[in-house]
Write a protein that binds this ligand. Sequence first.
Ligand code: PCA
Length: 161
Amino acid sequence: MNLHKVFVYGTLKRGEPNHNWFSKDSIGHYRLICEAKTVDKYPLIIGTEYNIPFLLYSPGNGTNVRGELYEVDDAVFRNLDALEDHPNFYVREEREVLSLDDNRKITTWIYFIKDFKENLLKQTSYESYSSEGPHGLKYVTRYLRETTSNYKMKVLNAVKS
Ligand code: PCA
């Protein structure tokens, strides 16, 4: 069995709207390793009319972002890639995070937005994401986005340069 490490900072965290993707179809293995934060700073913003969390690949801007580090097998990894539409929308890259348990540095996959619109850098950046946070920007799940108009195009146009 191939195991992969993935650091999640957005809707995949426990208690967030896409956490169930780890156990989707009950096909694979996943395990929470620890809470962690990114070694480098990145802007974590909430963007588009659907309030989607994005980690912008702009190292040095933003904050050391907090999230959760998981171990997943191939089957779960494939589901996460499908959710994030890697490598068309989010692009995962291997970067370092710091374990909040023991300060160990761990190399892990992280889903970033690359080639984003410059103006996204002006948005508020958060150290830690929650859909139900005080910002009031509750995540709009895919099935609630309109079915008629092409929400994917809308999101791409709002985000990608
Ligand atoms: N899901 C991934 C990327 C952004 C999102 O909502 C995550 O939680 O890391």
